[in-house]
Design a protein around this ligand. Structure first.
Ligand code: COA
Length: 327
């Protein structure tokens, strides 16, 4: 049996920061941000860490499935903003939720984190390595964004999406196929320079602002448009899917122009594309699960819907998942 998503929930912190907030102190404008990115506002967590974004979403996810903490077998956290370099945020989440019998780990694939972790979780469940995986995609991007740099301050937000992965009871429903890629040549365009073993934290690294995101926007943009569109078309062709077969494209939310270009290449109209970048910006590992959760809550997802999940992120990392919705 394939694995599937049996419950889903999301959490965004309450504090809203509009484009006008940045206009007050940066040389930017609502018009530029809206036209170039599609973003109007985002949420930042004022106090707390990535695990504090995950916990409310995870509680709701388990509640929706009627599951108790003691029923969880495995926890995977996809994030580039872990609470600490170590221990893993999965351990922090396990402790905060009082889950007594689980193993787990963190997975680092930036904006593709949820997709890579979804495939990993599916394989663990399908092989019998666990009955279920509490799969968390979450990032507190405000912890690593340089708020003095207009080219990145406006792009990101904080949030979490949590899905429960279990075996499907129907062989035709669930996570049916995936295509995933990495290419380290792209690493030089999007990274956090210091804080790892290559460049441990020092007074110099702090002075040089090397603990913040470094992004060469145009290079990443070009690679993202090609990467996300190519892999989405590739998975459609591999599974003999036409544009009419697809209920929704669920793309990573980095830039509305990248999303639109992907939809155009797939030949699907924007009413079949999940978009929440306008309200929440790029929440990295949280974009795809939060979209799924919001669309499910709104009653717009039906059992049997064909979904293409697609992402592109730092690494470079990118890929697509084909699933038939089963809830
Ligand atoms: N407000 C106003 N002007 C801004 C600005 C802002 N917030 N940010 C950048 N600019 C300026 C630049 O300084 C530049 O000015 P110049 O021409 O005088 O040098 C101009 O706008 C164009 O900059 P550019 O970087 O070419 O813009 P862009 O159209 O490529 O858009 C991004 C910038 C970051 C929005 C876009 O490149 C992008 O989305 N990149 C990909 C992000 C991504 O996918 N990340 C991967 C996942 S995390």
């Amino acid at each position: 049996m394939p694995a599937t998503i049996t419950s889903i929930a999301h959490y965004f912190p309450p504090d809203v920061y509009t484009n006008e907030y940045f206009e007050q102190y940066l040389d930017t404008s609502d018009e530029w941000i809206t036209e170039r990115t599609g973003i109007k506002e985002r949420r930042f967590l004022k106090e707390g860490a990535t695990s504090d974004l995950i916990v409310p979403a995870a509680k709701l996810c388990l509640e929706r499935r009627g599951m108790k903490p003691e029923d969880v077998d495995c926890i995977i956290v996809a994030t580039v903003t872990p609470d600490h370099m170590f221990p893993a945020t999965a351990c922090v989440v396990q402790n905060k939720l009082g889950i007594p019998n689980a193993w787990g780990f963190d997975l680092s694939a930036a904006c593709s984190g949820f997709l890579f972790a979804l495939v990993t979780a599916a394989k663990i469940v399908e092989s019998g390595g666990a009955r279920n995986v509490l799969l968390c995609g979450a990032d507190k991007m405000s912890a690593i964004v340089d708020f003095e740099d207009r080219a990145q301050a406006v792009l990101f937000g904080d949030g979490a999406g949590v899905a429960l992965i279990e075996k499907s009871d129907d062989p035709n429903l669930g996570i049916l196929d995936h295509i995933l890629y990495i290419d380290g040549e792209g690493g030089k365009y999007l990274y956090q320079a210091a804080g790892g073993s290559a460049k441990p934290a020092s007074i110099e690294t702090v002075k040089n602002r090397e603990h913040y995101i470094h992004q060469e926007g145009q290079a990443v943009f070009k690679a993202a448009v090609k990467g996300m569109a190519d892999v989405s078309v590739e998975i459609m062709e591999k599974n003999n899917l036409t544009k009419d077969d697809i209920a929704y494209l669920v793309p990573h939310q980095a830039n509305l122009r990248i999303i639109t270009a992907t939809a155009q290449r797939m030949g699907i109209s924007m009413d079949k594309v999940m978009v929440n970048i306008d309200k929440y910006a790029n929440t990295t590992a949280a974009t795809i699960p939060s979209c799924l959760s919001q669309w499910w809550e709104a009653g717009k997802l039906k059992k049997g819907d064909n979904l293409i999940l697609a992402s592109f992120g730092a690494g470079f990392t990118w890929g697509a998942v084909y699933m038939k919705w089963s809830m």
